[in-house]
Design a protein around this ligand. Structure first.
Ligand SMILES: [Zn+2]
Length: 290
Protein backbone atom coordinates (compact mmCIF):
# COMPACT_ATOMS: atom_id res chain seq x y z
CA UNK A 1 0.00 0.00 0.00
CA UNK A 2 1.31 3.48 -0.82
CA UNK A 3 2.37 5.37 2.30
CA UNK A 4 2.01 9.11 2.88
CA UNK A 5 5.22 10.03 1.11
CA UNK A 6 3.75 8.61 -2.12
CA UNK A 7 0.71 10.87 -1.85
CA UNK A 8 2.80 13.96 -1.12
CA UNK A 9 5.10 13.21 -4.05
CA UNK A 10 2.03 12.77 -6.23
CA UNK A 11 0.59 16.12 -5.10
CA UNK A 12 3.89 17.77 -6.05
CA UNK A 13 3.90 16.16 -9.49
CA UNK A 14 0.27 17.10 -10.17
CA UNK A 15 0.90 20.73 -9.17
CA UNK A 16 4.03 20.87 -11.32
CA UNK A 17 2.25 19.41 -14.36
CA UNK A 18 -1.21 20.96 -14.15
CA UNK A 19 -1.51 23.90 -11.74
CA UNK A 20 -2.47 27.29 -13.09
CA UNK A 21 -4.35 26.40 -16.27
CA UNK A 22 -7.41 24.51 -17.51
CA UNK A 23 -7.23 20.72 -17.51
CA UNK A 24 -9.09 18.20 -19.61
CA UNK A 25 -10.70 15.76 -17.19
CA UNK A 26 -12.23 12.50 -18.34
CA UNK A 27 -12.97 8.96 -17.18
CA UNK A 28 -11.86 6.58 -19.94
CA UNK A 29 -13.21 3.65 -17.92
CA UNK A 30 -16.52 5.45 -17.42
CA UNK A 31 -16.91 4.88 -13.67
CA UNK A 32 -16.10 8.52 -12.87
CA UNK A 33 -17.82 10.09 -15.88
CA UNK A 34 -20.17 12.24 -13.78
CA UNK A 35 -17.39 13.62 -11.56
CA UNK A 36 -15.08 14.21 -14.50
CA UNK A 37 -17.77 16.27 -16.23
CA UNK A 38 -17.90 18.59 -13.18
CA UNK A 39 -14.16 19.31 -13.47
CA UNK A 40 -13.51 19.15 -17.21
CA UNK A 41 -12.05 22.39 -18.54
CA UNK A 42 -11.63 24.05 -15.13
CA UNK A 43 -8.26 25.43 -14.04
CA UNK A 44 -6.42 23.32 -11.51
CA UNK A 45 -5.40 25.54 -8.58
CA UNK A 46 -3.18 23.27 -6.51
CA UNK A 47 -2.75 19.73 -5.23
CA UNK A 48 -1.88 18.78 -1.67
CA UNK A 49 -1.85 15.73 0.57
CA UNK A 50 -2.80 14.89 4.12
CA UNK A 51 -1.67 11.41 5.01
CA UNK A 52 -2.85 9.06 2.31
CA UNK A 53 -5.57 11.45 1.09
CA UNK A 54 -4.94 13.56 -1.99
CA UNK A 55 -6.80 16.85 -2.42
CA UNK A 56 -6.79 18.62 -5.78
CA UNK A 57 -8.36 22.05 -5.84
CA UNK A 58 -10.02 23.28 -9.03
CA UNK A 59 -11.59 26.68 -9.64
CA UNK A 60 -15.23 27.22 -8.58
CA UNK A 61 -14.35 25.65 -5.20
CA UNK A 62 -14.52 22.15 -6.58
CA UNK A 63 -12.15 19.62 -5.05
CA UNK A 64 -11.07 16.20 -6.17
CA UNK A 65 -10.44 13.77 -3.31
CA UNK A 66 -8.44 10.62 -4.06
CA UNK A 67 -7.35 7.76 -1.82
CA UNK A 68 -5.19 5.20 -3.60
CA UNK A 69 -6.03 2.37 -1.17
CA UNK A 70 -4.13 -0.89 -1.50
CA UNK A 71 -3.57 -1.08 -5.24
CA UNK A 72 -4.30 2.37 -6.65
CA UNK A 73 -1.75 4.12 -8.87
CA UNK A 74 -1.66 7.65 -10.23
CA UNK A 75 0.97 8.17 -12.90
CA UNK A 76 1.89 11.64 -14.15
CA UNK A 77 3.91 11.47 -17.34
CA UNK A 78 5.01 13.92 -20.02
CA UNK A 79 3.21 13.50 -23.34
CA UNK A 80 5.77 12.09 -25.68
CA UNK A 81 4.42 13.51 -28.90
CA UNK A 82 2.17 16.52 -28.92
CA UNK A 83 1.81 16.80 -32.66
CA UNK A 84 1.24 13.28 -33.88
CA UNK A 85 -2.05 12.69 -32.14
CA UNK A 86 -4.53 14.40 -29.89
CA UNK A 87 -5.38 11.09 -28.32
CA UNK A 88 -3.16 9.50 -25.71
CA UNK A 89 -3.71 5.73 -25.72
CA UNK A 90 -5.53 4.37 -22.67
CA UNK A 91 -3.84 1.41 -20.99
CA UNK A 92 -5.88 -0.62 -18.50
CA UNK A 93 -8.76 0.63 -16.38
CA UNK A 94 -8.21 4.39 -16.14
CA UNK A 95 -10.75 5.83 -13.68
CA UNK A 96 -9.63 9.42 -14.14
CA UNK A 97 -7.46 11.14 -16.72
CA UNK A 98 -6.03 14.65 -16.47
CA UNK A 99 -4.68 16.06 -19.70
CA UNK A 100 -3.08 19.27 -20.92
CA UNK A 101 -0.74 20.04 -23.81
CA UNK A 102 2.31 18.60 -22.08
CA UNK A 103 1.19 16.09 -19.45
CA UNK A 104 -1.12 13.15 -18.90
CA UNK A 105 -2.15 11.92 -15.46
CA UNK A 106 -3.84 8.51 -15.26
CA UNK A 107 -5.47 7.21 -12.08
CA UNK A 108 -6.14 3.48 -11.80
CA UNK A 109 -7.72 1.41 -9.05
CA UNK A 110 -8.31 4.00 -6.30
CA UNK A 111 -10.45 3.35 -3.22
CA UNK A 112 -11.79 6.91 -3.35
CA UNK A 113 -12.16 9.22 -6.35
CA UNK A 114 -14.78 11.89 -5.78
CA UNK A 115 -15.62 15.54 -6.40
CA UNK A 116 -16.22 17.17 -3.00
CA UNK A 117 -17.05 20.56 -1.50
CA UNK A 118 -14.63 22.64 0.63
CA UNK A 119 -16.74 21.69 3.67
CA UNK A 120 -16.28 18.01 2.90
CA UNK A 121 -12.51 18.55 2.57
CA UNK A 122 -12.52 20.08 6.08
CA UNK A 123 -14.53 17.12 7.41
CA UNK A 124 -12.13 14.56 5.97
CA UNK A 125 -9.07 16.42 7.27
CA UNK A 126 -10.63 16.84 10.74
CA UNK A 127 -10.80 13.06 11.05
CA UNK A 128 -7.11 12.62 10.29
CA UNK A 129 -4.25 12.73 12.78
CA UNK A 130 -1.22 14.97 12.23
CA UNK A 131 0.88 14.22 9.14
CA UNK A 132 4.68 14.46 9.67
CA UNK A 133 5.01 15.75 6.10
CA UNK A 134 2.82 18.80 6.70
CA UNK A 135 4.42 21.90 8.22
CA UNK A 136 1.19 22.67 10.12
CA UNK A 137 1.19 19.28 11.89
CA UNK A 138 0.83 19.13 15.67
CA UNK A 139 2.60 16.08 17.15
CA UNK A 140 1.02 16.71 20.56
CA UNK A 141 -2.40 15.91 19.11
CA UNK A 142 -1.14 12.43 18.22
CA UNK A 143 0.50 12.07 21.63
CA UNK A 144 -2.77 12.85 23.43
CA UNK A 145 -4.53 10.14 21.42
CA UNK A 146 -1.71 7.66 22.06
CA UNK A 147 -1.69 8.30 25.82
CA UNK A 148 -5.45 7.71 26.01
CA UNK A 149 -5.24 4.29 24.40
CA UNK A 150 -4.68 0.76 25.64
CA UNK A 151 -3.98 -0.43 22.10
CA UNK A 152 -0.41 -1.40 21.19
CA UNK A 153 1.76 1.38 19.79
CA UNK A 154 2.32 -0.65 16.59
CA UNK A 155 -1.43 -0.55 16.03
CA UNK A 156 -1.78 3.15 16.89
CA UNK A 157 0.92 4.21 14.42
CA UNK A 158 -1.19 2.68 11.63
CA UNK A 159 -4.39 4.38 12.78
CA UNK A 160 -4.86 7.33 10.43
CA UNK A 161 -6.92 9.19 13.04
CA UNK A 162 -3.88 9.11 15.36
CA UNK A 163 -1.11 9.69 12.85
CA UNK A 164 -1.69 10.29 9.13
CA UNK A 165 0.55 8.94 6.39
CA UNK A 166 2.55 6.29 8.20
CA UNK A 167 2.10 2.86 6.66
CA UNK A 168 3.54 -0.52 7.45
CA UNK A 169 7.15 0.02 6.35
CA UNK A 170 7.67 3.25 8.29
CA UNK A 171 5.83 1.77 11.28
CA UNK A 172 8.08 -1.29 11.56
CA UNK A 173 11.28 0.56 10.82
CA UNK A 174 10.74 3.59 13.05
CA UNK A 175 9.81 1.42 16.05
CA UNK A 176 13.02 -0.52 15.51
CA UNK A 177 15.12 2.63 15.06
CA UNK A 178 14.02 3.73 18.54
CA UNK A 179 14.08 0.21 20.02
CA UNK A 180 10.43 0.54 21.04
CA UNK A 181 8.45 -2.53 22.08
CA UNK A 182 5.69 -2.63 19.43
CA UNK A 183 3.21 -4.26 21.83
CA UNK A 184 3.40 -1.58 24.53
CA UNK A 185 -0.01 0.01 25.12
CA UNK A 186 -0.13 3.62 23.95
CA UNK A 187 -0.76 4.90 27.45
CA UNK A 188 2.58 3.47 28.61
CA UNK A 189 4.63 5.17 25.88
CA UNK A 190 6.93 7.88 27.24
CA UNK A 191 6.30 11.34 25.75
CA UNK A 192 10.06 11.62 25.05
CA UNK A 193 9.88 8.38 23.04
CA UNK A 194 6.97 9.71 21.01
CA UNK A 195 8.83 12.97 20.38
CA UNK A 196 11.87 11.04 19.11
CA UNK A 197 9.69 8.92 16.80
CA UNK A 198 7.93 12.02 15.47
CA UNK A 199 11.17 13.94 14.87
CA UNK A 200 12.59 10.91 13.08
CA UNK A 201 9.53 10.67 10.80
CA UNK A 202 9.82 14.40 10.06
CA UNK A 203 13.36 13.75 8.85
CA UNK A 204 12.77 10.40 7.12
CA UNK A 205 9.51 10.94 5.26
CA UNK A 206 10.69 13.88 3.09
CA UNK A 207 13.43 11.53 1.83
CA UNK A 208 10.64 9.17 0.79
CA UNK A 209 9.06 12.03 -1.17
CA UNK A 210 12.38 13.07 -2.73
CA UNK A 211 13.47 9.62 -3.85
CA UNK A 212 10.16 7.76 -4.25
CA UNK A 213 11.18 5.03 -1.83
CA UNK A 214 11.20 4.41 1.91
CA UNK A 215 14.70 4.97 3.32
CA UNK A 216 15.35 3.97 6.94
CA UNK A 217 18.83 2.39 6.98
CA UNK A 218 21.30 4.77 8.64
CA UNK A 219 23.87 4.70 5.82
CA UNK A 220 21.21 5.28 3.15
CA UNK A 221 19.57 8.05 5.19
CA UNK A 222 22.95 9.79 5.52
CA UNK A 223 23.59 9.52 1.77
CA UNK A 224 20.08 10.74 0.96
CA UNK A 225 20.35 13.72 3.32
CA UNK A 226 23.66 14.65 1.70
CA UNK A 227 22.06 14.51 -1.76
CA UNK A 228 19.23 16.74 -0.57
CA UNK A 229 21.72 19.19 0.95
CA UNK A 230 23.86 19.46 -2.19
CA UNK A 231 20.84 19.72 -4.52
CA UNK A 232 21.38 16.51 -6.48
CA UNK A 233 18.21 14.95 -5.04
CA UNK A 234 15.97 17.17 -7.16
CA UNK A 235 16.90 15.31 -10.35
CA UNK A 236 15.67 12.07 -8.79
CA UNK A 237 12.50 13.72 -7.53
CA UNK A 238 11.76 14.93 -11.06
CA UNK A 239 12.24 11.40 -12.40
CA UNK A 240 9.71 9.88 -10.01
CA UNK A 241 6.57 9.40 -12.07
CA UNK A 242 4.28 7.31 -9.90
CA UNK A 243 4.31 4.65 -12.59
CA UNK A 244 6.81 2.54 -10.63
CA UNK A 245 8.58 2.67 -7.25
CA UNK A 246 11.81 4.62 -6.91
CA UNK A 247 15.04 2.68 -7.18
CA UNK A 248 17.83 5.20 -6.64
CA UNK A 249 18.89 3.33 -3.50
CA UNK A 250 19.12 -0.42 -3.00
CA UNK A 251 15.86 -1.71 -1.45
CA UNK A 252 17.08 -2.56 2.03
CA UNK A 253 15.56 -2.35 5.52
CA UNK A 254 16.46 -2.96 9.15
CA UNK A 255 13.83 -5.68 9.48
CA UNK A 256 10.92 -5.08 7.12
CA UNK A 257 10.15 -8.41 5.34
CA UNK A 258 13.19 -10.05 6.96
CA UNK A 259 11.26 -12.70 8.94
CA UNK A 260 13.58 -15.46 10.19
CA UNK A 261 16.72 -13.54 9.26
CA UNK A 262 19.12 -12.29 11.96
CA UNK A 263 18.61 -8.81 13.43
CA UNK A 264 21.31 -6.57 12.00
CA UNK A 265 22.10 -5.29 15.50
CA UNK A 266 21.93 -8.28 17.88
CA UNK A 267 21.67 -11.34 15.62
CA UNK A 268 18.39 -12.46 17.19
CA UNK A 269 15.76 -13.76 14.74
CA UNK A 270 13.45 -11.15 13.19
CA UNK A 271 9.86 -12.03 14.03
CA UNK A 272 6.53 -11.25 12.39
CA UNK A 273 2.92 -11.10 13.47
CA UNK A 274 -0.27 -9.58 12.09
CA UNK A 275 -0.94 -6.24 13.84
CA UNK A 276 -3.58 -3.82 12.51
CA UNK A 277 -4.09 -6.08 9.51
CA UNK A 278 -0.51 -5.94 8.30
CA UNK A 279 2.62 -7.96 9.06
CA UNK A 280 4.60 -6.31 11.82
CA UNK A 281 8.31 -7.14 11.82
CA UNK A 282 10.28 -6.67 15.01
CA UNK A 283 13.25 -7.81 17.07
CA UNK A 284 12.19 -9.13 20.47
CA UNK A 285 15.63 -8.60 21.94
CA UNK A 286 16.39 -5.05 20.74
CA UNK A 287 12.91 -3.59 21.08
CA UNK A 288 12.21 -3.25 24.80
CA UNK A 289 11.74 0.51 25.27
CA UNK A 290 8.49 2.22 26.00
ZN1 LIG B 1 17.98 -7.12 17.60
Amino acid sequence: MPEGHTTHALAGRLSHAFAGSPVGVSSPQGKFAGGAALLDGLALVDASAWGKHLFVEFERERWLNVHLGLIGKFSVLPRLSRRSSRQVPVVGQVRLRLLNANWVGDLRGPTVCAVVSPEKVDQIQARLGPDPLRPDADPDLALRRILRSARPIAELLMDQSVLAGVGNVYRCEVLFRHRVDPFRPGREIRPTTWRAIWDDLVELMPLGVAFGQVLTMDDQVDDALAEVADGSASAHTAAVTGARPGDHFERRFNLYKRTGEPCRVCGSTVRTQLVAGRNLFWCGRCQRRR
